[in-house]
Design a protein around this ligand. Sequence first.
Ligand SMILES: Cc1cc2nc3c(=O)[nH]c(=O)nc-3n(C[C@H](O)[C@H](O)[C@H](O)COP(=O)(O)OP(=O)(O)OC[C@H]3O[C@@H](n4cnc5c(N)ncnc54)[C@H](O)[C@@H]3O)c2cc1C
Length: 463
Amino acid sequence: MSDHPALHAAAKSGAPVICLYVLDEAAGRAPGGAARWWLARSLRALGADIAARGGSLVLRKGSAARVIPEVARETGAGAVYWIEIAQAPHQLVEKQLEAAVAKLGVDSQSFPGDLLVQPSAIRNKEGRGLRVFTPFWRRVLSLGDPPKPLPAPKELRPGPKIASDRLENWKLEPTKPDWAGGLRETWTPGEASARTRLRDFLKHTARTYVGDRDRPDREGTSGLSPHLRFGEISPRQVFHAARFAAEENPAIASGTEKFLSELGWREFCRHLLHDHPNLATENLQTNFNDFPWKADKKALAAWQRGRTGYPIVDAGLRELWHSGVMHNRVRMVVASFLVKHLLIDWRDGEAWFWDTLVDADAGSNPANWQWVAGCGADAAPYFRVFNPVLQGEKFDPEGTYVRRWVPELKDMPAKLIHQPWQATPIELASAGITLGKTYPHPLIDHVKGRERALAAYAKIRKG
Ligand SMILES: Cc1cc2nc3c(=O)[nH]c(=O)nc-3n(C[C@H](O)[C@H](O)[C@H](O)COP(=O)(O)OP(=O)(O)OC[C@H]3O[C@@H](n4cnc5c(N)ncnc54)[C@H](O)[C@@H]3O)c2cc1C
């Protein structure tokens, strides 16, 4: 409702407003299971917010380019307003929509809204987008502050009553089996919750963000990613709130600047997607097209279920399965483990994240996977292979995160929790662990895995 330029303009016109949400499963990548769950809850919250202002939310399913002109005709609408999304499938829908609406003699207008800066504003001399983050973000900041966010309309004049689909009939939430218990326990989708998270972050967490953002054992980040993904809060709202909070309290200034640069990564990934619509399927660095990936279904299944034998990796994948998110540091570790230790194609990992993340984003997910795999923009070099034991010891030193998500290791002392195979039989027995039974042996030895990865990398042409 807030910082929604299309809704704002419609409400300001003084005309009755029909708020329409179209589920168009053919426009863009169809959402995965966890995102469908979020969408259902988010639409319910949005419907309630609209009703509280006197309007109602109409739900329709089908091709947006067909459904929206149909609704315009059915209601005799004077104008159609929407937020533009700078991604190829959405731009195509917009073109078709504009033409269909113009044919009806109805005015139409689109408004930017889901980015800080439109991709057309960040081009190099050849007219292409930037592929290195630091100059990209510098360029974004050099353009000055993004426009101030718009307030939510106080009131909506209701439009004519028209038929709406029932949300339940869209079957977005799982029933048989209902696997969404952990999502319900962790999240409250909707705008009110997004605002609370932002406020709490700026009040309590921003001060320590620089040091704590890499610590999965602490509540060191904002938790805003699914709210941003679903447009429940806009990047402009986050930007201005963070800058304002830092002016009020200079002690959080370094934290908020770091936080805003992370928001910059979201922006960077979306700009990349704008320039590379096949980001989820094609290596940005084409020399990786020859990479000898292994089709190892058993290892992939062990990874997905959090049964690799590396506690930090398993904790991350179990956190994901339960709560629909995973800490950023751990996302990097589990992704690196899949593509380097297991030599499994990054696209398999990306697809699993796409289905299980509530924040699964068509830009951020493939861009980060490609970044970890070494084939992306501004990517980590392939030969930098994370050691999952050292990563665990550095970022989860007491093992708190592992104990939470891998309870069978909860009685392991901190010095052994990231490498239980180093424990003596007595230590294992006193922690109640039988390796290979209660907790798996490592799928692959780190040193061997690293050597195998480097040998595979040596086989491809250098980019
Ligand atoms: C393999 C892999 C896959 C990822 N897939 C996604 C995804 O599908 N959707 C997604 O939103 N993020 C993705 N990320 C980025 C990052 O892990 C999450 O954005 C972050 O964990 C969300 O937590 P937060 O909101 O508490 O982050 P905070 O640290 O509070 O950061 C604030 C915001 O900045 C943005 N952000 C932070 N880091 C990144 C990043 N590396 N790339 C892009 N945006 C970032 C997010 O919008 C986030 O909400 C992925 C990272 C990796 C390594």
